[in-house]
Ligand binder design. Structure first.
Ligand code: PRP
Ligand code: URA
Length: 206
């Protein structure tokens, strides 16, 4: 079974508390999503491969390292958008592969409305979505990426429910999950409790 990493970084605890707060306005919510994603991304990629590169400082030659291999960031629309921008700030060379999925309001099953997975699959694909609730959207995204040919895939989510983690592990035991928090449970509407409400609405003021 692959990694389920739950951050204990003090800044993550601090900022996630602000993110959950219902009085946090959308502009601040978006900034917190960006900060949390960047911390989690760093925690999730400590084993990112590097290769040697030589540069010249003003004083001497320096044998340095650069990140090797290609990375695709895969935001699940629409709430994953803020997370993909945050990762792109750190790794501007990455490609972005948008996946349009939404949860049907009554069945809670994912509905795919957009994807453009063509060309050579990346060495590492990173799915980003703030919420992993039933896990249905993540499983569908993983199915699409694996059909495309992506081999190493990780999921970055800010808040997950135990039910969603179990579902992803059952369908995709090889995929590592990197979470800022693992919450208590899902309510009758399949919302994460305590969670933060609707991540898309809170980010985009809808
Ligand atoms: C939310 C969230 C995930 C999904 C998680 O998106 O951003 O994509 O629900 O739920 P699941 O684990 O039960 O599948 P939503 O369907 O609300 O779409 P939106 O981002 O467009 O608002
Ligand atoms: N989607 C959200 O935005 N929040 C939840 O709690 C569950 C799914």
């Amino acid at each position: 079974m692959a990694t389920v990493f739950v951050s204990r970084h003090p800044l993550v605890l601090h900022k996630l508390t602000q993110l959950r707060d219902q009085t946090t306005p959308p502009w601040h919510f978006r900034r917190l999503v960006r900060d949390l994603t960047q911390i989690l991304f760093v925690e999730a990629t400590t084993d990112l491969p590097t290769e040697p590169v030589t540069v010249h400082t003003p004083l001497a030659e320096f044998a340095g390292r650069r990140v090797a291999g290609d990375l695709a960031i895969v935001p699940i629309l629409r709430a994953g958008l803020g997370m993909s921008e945050a990762v792109l700030e750190l790794v501007p060379e990455a490609s972005v592969r948008h996946l349009g999925l939404y949860r049907d309001e009554t069945t809670h099953q994912p509905v795919t409305y957009y994807h453009k997975l063509h060309g050579k699959p990346p060495e590492l694909a990173l799915i980003v979505d703030p919420m992993l609730a039933t896990g249905g959207s993540a499983v569908e995204a993983l199915n699409l990426l694996k059909t495309w040919g992506a081999k190493t895939i990780r999921v970055l989510a800010l808040i997950a429910a135990p039910e969603g983690v179990a579902t992803v592990q059952r369908h995709h035991p090889d995929v590592g999950l990197y979470l800022a928090a693992l919450d208590s449970h899902l309510n009758d509407n399949c919302y994460i409790v305590p969670g933060l409400g609707d991540a898309g609405d809170r980010q985009f003021a809808t």
